[in-house]
Design a protein around this ligand. Sequence first.
Ligand SMILES: Nc1ncnc2c1ncn2[C@@H]1O[C@H](COP(=O)(O)OP(=O)(O)O)[C@@H](O)[C@H]1O
Ligand SMILES: [Mg+2]
Length: 158
Amino acid sequence: MSERRCASDADTQRAGEQFARVLRPGDIVLLSGHLGAGKTTFTKGVAKGLGVSERVTSPTFTMVREHACHNDQGITTLQHCDVYRVESLAEVLDLDLGELAEESAVVLIEWGELAESLFGREILRVDIEIGDDDARTLRVGGSLDDERSRALELWSRQ
Ligand SMILES: Nc1ncnc2c1ncn2[C@@H]1O[C@H](COP(=O)(O)OP(=O)(O)O)[C@@H](O)[C@H]1O
Ligand SMILES: [Mg+2]
């Protein structure tokens, strides 16, 4: 488990941008934290880190937005999902989130804890806790191999 404190929304975006360097094609990232915690803010940073040029906004009403990426990590697409408004597990199943994580894509899911039971394979979890004032604590966990654990350990100290 790696932890990083972010004092401002710019900090959270930077944390996302640097987190993007740890991602690999096919990754699924579940984002959790209360409304306004910074899940979309973090995603904007990830998008920047993956070389997304278009503007990233909250996909609350569309549920999934697809962004083309330009990076040297072999990640061609960012699938940004928000399942906040989803009312049943059946609806989440309909989104076929696992399918979105085809080989060269990365999937980020806001309110991802709802979808956690649907993935039988390795996932990353990012939990954002709201602290005093504007501070946020980001905690990253999941099924991490040694290389990734080391990279995230460095990330937590950046
Ligand atoms: N340290 C921080 N990290 C992230 N967002 C912050 C921080 N401090 C203040 N904010 C503000 O909190 C809000 C977070 O919104 P958003 O990223 O849309 O949250 P979520 O997607 O989790 O509902 C934004 O208005 C942002 O400017
Ligand atoms: Mg959001």
